[in-house]
Design a protein around this ligand. Structure first.
Ligand code: PMT
Length: 405
């Protein structure tokens, strides 16, 4: 599958380095050429000999070691790479690259690399969440570096939280999807809604929900990678704009409705991941509401049902909805599928561990109009996005529309 592809793997000094041995082994089994560069600290965790044996190539750790070949190694490795994967990516390497420091074999190779560079961070939760690390990640993302989200779970330091290296299979799947990208949505125009909406109460307060936008942004980004022209209408989230996706930011459900409607005609597929508020306040107070009595009653009125309305105006478009439920997942989701005139609904039971709002993973059931259901195991939201798009490709293949109409 990866014949003719070269992956340079940069291993840093973290306990998760041992998992990267399996990543290298899996890449080799897919027939990729793999070259490993280790930092000095990485060699304290796993020996270069291990990576050498698994990768079938010499492992480079030292800039000034006696050269094994005539060429300048960091340049030749950087040139060879179709993808450079840094795993585990420590706070240190992220900080160095973000600051333009190139003082060892790995950092100089990254600096000289013109192919995509992907960081797979793994570290203690507090370190990962440290604003300095987050700012460095943001800076590198803006510069086009790719980041795989760490998993949440128990960590080697004895704590639990976000910061685990994703499982080797997940890392390899991501690498494969980048090296052999599907272009099966070429020429298709897809609109995606994402994130929460906010319904104002007064100038300082609002009603909203826990949607982070992660699921919707993953769908939009994957659709763009697969060749679609993507427009995303996003509620307020703190995620970076996905590459190659046109984004319009909105706040309330009414604004989202207006924005979706504005260009609906141009799009062939609409994927509605947004968690839209069903109600808004009747009349927003122009002044901050003061504490007076023991109770406060807010009067609310229905918001437009964007999915329902687009279902009514559907034509030959493909409409995909999402369904966040806490009970009766299948029945409630099937009712939404039918009442909103959708082709497919992606149902998630948000009470399940590892599913729903804010998480990096999701557990979904894809329900089709004919009643068939595909149950997917717990996966990263990026992987769920790919699965949903595979289903969309099948629907597109039924020839409901011709690209461009
Ligand atoms: O953003 P994340 O933190 O990654 O979380 C992901 C998610 C949990 C938000 C996502 O997986 C999800 O389930 N999204 C839909 C949430 C939801 O509000 O479902 P619903 O059952 O209320 O709505 C059903 C469908 O109708 C959805 O496609 C929704 O976008 C749409 N809808 C709902 C209400 C409304 N007024 N207009 C709509 O278009």
């Amino acid at each position: 599958m990866l014949e003719g592809k070269t992956v340079v793997v940069g291993v840093c000094g973290g306990i998760a380095a041992y998992k990267v041995v399996e990543v290298v082994s899996k890449l080799r089994k897919l027939n990729a050429q793999v070259h490993v560069v280790m930092t000095k600290n990485a060699a304290e965790f796993v020996t270069p000999l291990t990576f050498q044996t698994i990768s079938h190539n010499l492992v480079v750790t030292d800039m000034f070691a006696e050269p094994k070949t005539w060429d300048i190694q960091h340049i030749s490795l950087a040139e060879k790479a179709d993808l450079l994967v840094v795993a585990p990516a420590t706070a240190n390497i992220i900080g160095k690259v973000a600051s333009g420091i190139a003082d060892d074999m790995l950092t100089t190779t990254i600096m000289a690399c013109t192919s995509p560079v992907m960081f797979v961070p793994a570290m203690n939760t507090a370190m990962y969440e440290n604003p300095v690390v987050q700012r460095n990640i943001e800076k590198l993302r803006e510069l086009g570096y790719i980041f795989l989200e760490p998993d949440t779970g128990s960590l080697a330091c004895g704590t639990a939280g976000k910061g685990r290296l994703p499982e080797p299979e997940a890392i390899v799947r991501d690498i494969v999807s980048r090296l052999v990208p599907k272009r099966d949505l070429d020429g298709i125009k897809i609109m995606v809604t994402a994130g929460p909406t906010r319904e104002a109460i007064d100038p300082v307060r609002y009603i909203s929900n826990h949607s982070s936008g992660k699921m919707g942004y993953a769908v939009a980004e994957a659709a763009g990678r697969r060749g679609a022209k993507v427009r995303m209408v996003s509620g307020p989230v703190s995620l970076p704009k996905p590459r190659g996706v046109e984004v319009t930011y909105v706040t309330s459900a009414e604004e989202m409705y207006r924005e979706v409607l504005k260009t609906y005609e141009e799009f062939q597929v609409l994927i509605m991941v947004a968690a839209v508020a069903d109600y808004r306040c009747v009349g927003i107070s122009s002044k901050k509401i003061k504490k007076t009595g023991e109770r406060l009653t807010l009067e609310m009125t229905r918001n437009p049902d964007i999915a329902g309305e687009m279902g009514r105006l559907k034509g030959n478009r493909i409409l995909v909805g999402f369904s966040a439920e806490t009970d009766e997942l299948i029945n409630n989701s099937k009712m939404k599928l039918e009442s909103k005139n959708l082709d497919m609904i992606v149902a998630n039971d948000v009470t399940q561990e590892g599913a729903g709002f804010e998480k990096d993973t999701n557990i979904v059931k894809i329900i089709h109009k004919d009643g068939s259901i595909r149950e997917l195991p717990k996966m990263s939201k990026n992987e769920v996005a790919e699965e949903i798009l595979d289903e969309v490709v099948k629907l597109v293949g039924t020839g409901r529309f011709t690209a461009g109409n």
